[in-house]
Design a protein around this ligand. Structure first.
Ligand SMILES: O=C(O)CC1=CCC(=O)O1
Length: 96
């Protein structure tokens, strides 16, 4: 199942820089492993903001919830999720 996920990051300005850097490093490692597994298909920065648009390819809603809630930055994010389905004009066979 494919989902569009939008994540807006709001790290409190009081957080020490080293702590923020450590959380971001863990986030990067987690995100890159999920990309290697094919579960995090696309990860795009939204230009001009500390947010991203991502496409996830997961088994079901429960797996998406598990992945998202384990993001190291999860406590500092506003997240919105939209389920996707194949567009009839798509030429990409893996759009499902
Ligand atoms: O910087 C972001 O948009 C948050 C994030 C998600 C995966 C990652 O590595 O950073």
């Amino acid at each position: 199942m494919l989902f569009k996920v939008e994540m807006k990051v709001n790290i409190p300005y009081q957080m020490p820089a080293e702590q923020a850097a450590e959380i971001k490093a863990r986030e990067k490692e987690y995100a890159q492993e999920l990309q290697r597994q094919g579960k995090w298909r696309h990860l795009w920065r939204v230009a001009g903001s500390y947010s991203n648009v991502s496409i996830f390819d997961v088994a079901d809603n429960a797996e998406l919830q598990d992945i998202i809630s384990n993001l190291p930055l999860f406590p500092f994010m506003e997240i919105s999720v939209a389920p996707l389905c194949r567009h009839p004009s798509s030429i990409h066979e893996d759009d499902r």
